[in-house]
Design a protein around this ligand. Sequence first.
Ligand SMILES: [Zn+2]
Length: 88
Amino acid sequence: MKKTTTKPPFIPTMYCNLFGHDYKVSKKVTYHVKEYTCSHCKKQLTTNSNGNLIELTPKFKEINAILERIHSKRIERSKENLVTSSIY
Ligand SMILES: [Zn+2]
């Protein structure tokens, strides 16, 4: 009998199952909504409207992209307001 000494490949998800995911903020969508990516298995999470962390599905990516656009527009507008209000 031949003995096989192939080591099982190191699966990042296995590490995560044992030690838990190591999420890092990968994108700030708004003040409250952020996207997180696990540094080991690259699993992505996002904050939903209730403030809970959920899996970042393509649908939520789309929603976040819209949120981000609205958010950046709001920031631009608030900057304009700041400039005009500082004149007076
Ligand atoms: Zn992970």
